[in-house]
Ligand binder design. Structure first.
Ligand code: NAD
Length: 501
């Protein structure tokens, strides 16, 4: 389906009274609707709570008003929503759902196209898909697609079992595994920056790049997700999916075309070239942290171990930093550093590409070392790119100063920047799987991550908690880079100082 074709589909949202539906799915569908991106659509909201369709429509309206803050054509929009009170384990529930789906399909002329969106805890995925098949909901005239949320398993074995279960009902090309980072404008822009600029691609290798740093930090703690987080931690919540996907996009070879198959095959090849670690090497390549009490935006916030549903001697990491090495011709010897954590000093997702130093520095002075060229890709909350270059300081003979070339940073129109979910929903309806993860990618990243989690599960980190809330993370993360002669680039600080000068 081409980019401009408007899709037609029935979307069944399992978990329609949940947080994800409320905060992301309804507002994103609303955006698609008001931007006229949909031909025909209807939604069946499915959840345990007994609600009438009218009550459900009011909930959808509230969520749109809260998160999109507009009411343009809202009544027409919510009229597309229907509700089905459902118990995921009861066959009778699916029989009733099938009747409702068939009626709505005819009413809205939806061509028998059906998206099953599972916005529910993963332990239900197997049961739901199995019932969908047994009760005949997957016998549709048009397409059938399954959209599923993370986490996809908790390690390679559980992910494999889950995948096998789902694959008895849906083909791989019918499965859309959401990684909402892949829906973000600037993440999609990584490939464009690399493959459409003669300035960068020739330099994109170990001859010119010293190291690459990917940071995804947030100031929030675990909020009310303590129970989930205790079993997940930052490694499985963030690294296995979002961080590894960003590494793959940054490091993959140029695909021969932009089809989902070609891009995916390059990402898979890249993930296969990750240097494997032995269990003994894990703590040399990876660092974990857990936040202590600290101050965020002027307010004292509790330690992770004091959060609701968290054990008082929890060994769960709320921060991970790591060094990934890619053993192929392009990247041999170039560290890819990643870090992600909760309750850090700022909310920021960015990539810093540090180019190698000049072979000889004509401008070096004891007190003034030449800054390396840095390419910064800002993903959130800012979007854009910055290039740090050196120029001559005016009035002096040999002194240099660094300047920033900023592209689209301040120019980005945030209001018009589509939500990741908006893009991903539209892609799934159009049948474009480029920005979803294929099973091969999921499998390879779990295998890489499993070595780390096995070691960390066996050994408590006696230093926990090892960073105060509101700080840049544990000192061990600085030591990880210092060992290689590098630092985490304090981009925001550099930018602020620059603005003040
Ligand atoms: P939630 O707990 O807020 O909502 C769960 C939904 O499932 C509710 O609608 C509930 O009624 C329904 N449900 C639970 N048991 C049921 C049963 N037996 N029968 C029928 N319905 C049942 O969860 P959430 O935060 O919306 O997350 C849903 C999924 O999305 C999870 O897998 C989560 O990991 C994932 N996810 C959520 C977010 C987010 O921002 N909330 C982000 C990324 C991924």
């Amino acid at each position: 389906m081409s980019e401009n074709t408007k899709p037609t589909a029935l979307i069944m949202i399992f978990g329609a009274t949940g947080d994800l539906a409320k905060r992301k799915l309804f507002p994103s569908l609303y955006q698609l609707y008001t931007k006229n991106k949909l031909q025909n659509f209807a939604v069946i909201g499915i959840a345990r709570r007994p609600l009438t369709t009218e009550q459900f429509q009011e909930n959808v309206k509230d969520s749109v008003m809260t998160f999109a803050n507009v009411d343009y054509r809202i009544e027409a929009f919510i009229s597309h929503f229907h509700y089905h009170c459902h118990d995921v384990t009861s066959s009778q529930s699916y029989i009733e759902l099938k009747q409702l789906a068939s009626q709505i399909n005819n009413q809205y002329k939806l061509k028998g196209n059906c998206i099953f969106y599972l916005a529910m805890a993963p332990e239900f995925f197997g049961t739901i898909t199995n019932q969908l098949k047994t009760q005949g909901l997957t016998n549709v005239e048009g397409y059938k697609r399954l959209v599923i949320e993370k986490p996809f398993g908790t390690n390679f074995e559980t992910a494999k079992a889950l995948n096998e279960q789902i694959r008895t009902v849906f083909q791989e090309e019918e499965i859309y595994r959401i990684d909402h980072y892949l829906g973000k404008e600037m993440v999609q822009n990584i490939a464009v920056i690399r493959f459409s600029n003669a300035l960068f691609e020739p330099l994109w290798n170990n001859r010119y790049i010293s190291n690459i740093q990917i940071t995804s930090s947030e100031t929030l703690g675990v909020e009310e997700r303590g129970r989930y987080y205790e079993n997940s931690g930052a490694l499985r919540d963030m690294v296995q999916n979002h961080m590894m996907q960003m590494v793959a996009l940054l490091a993959m070879e140029p695909p021969i075309s932009l089809t989902p198959e070609e891009i995916r095959s390059e990402k898979v090849r890249l993930l296969r070239s990750l240097r494997p670690m032995s269990q003994e090497e894990v703590n040399t390549y990876f660092v974990r942290g857990q936040y202590a009490q600290g101050i965020i935006h002027g307010e004292t916030v509790p330690a992770y171990r004091e959060e609701a549903n968290v054990s008082i001697d929890s060994n769960t990491e709320t921060y991970v930093a790591g060094k990934l090495m890619i053993d192929n011709f392009r990247w041999f010897g170039v560290p890819f550093y990643i870090q992600t954590g909760k309750r850090m000093d700022r909310k920021s997702t960015k990539i810093v590409v540090q180019f190698k130093d000049m072979p000889m520095n004509l401008y070096y002075q004891a007190e003034h070392k030449l800054t390396p060229n840095l390419l910064v890709i800002h993903i959130q909350p800012k979007e854009g790119i910055t290039l740090l270059l050196n120029v001559k300081k005016s009035g002096t003979t040999t002194e240099t100063k660094s300047v920033r070339l900023q592209l689209a940073n301040e120019g980005t129109d945030y209001i018009n920047t589509p939500e990741a979910y908006e893009k991903l929903l539209l892609d799934s309806m159009r049948g474009d799987a480029t920005n979803f993860t294929h099973w091969d990618e999921v499998a390879l990243s779990w295998k890489f991550i499993d070595t780390i989690s096995e070691v960390w599960k066996k050994t408590n980190d006696e230093s926990f908690p090892n960073y105060p809330a509101g700080s840049p993370g544990p000192s061990a993360a600085d030591a990880l880079l210092a060992h290689d002669g590098h630092i985490w680039w304090p981009i925001e600080k550099i930018e602020q100082e620059d603005q003040e000068n």
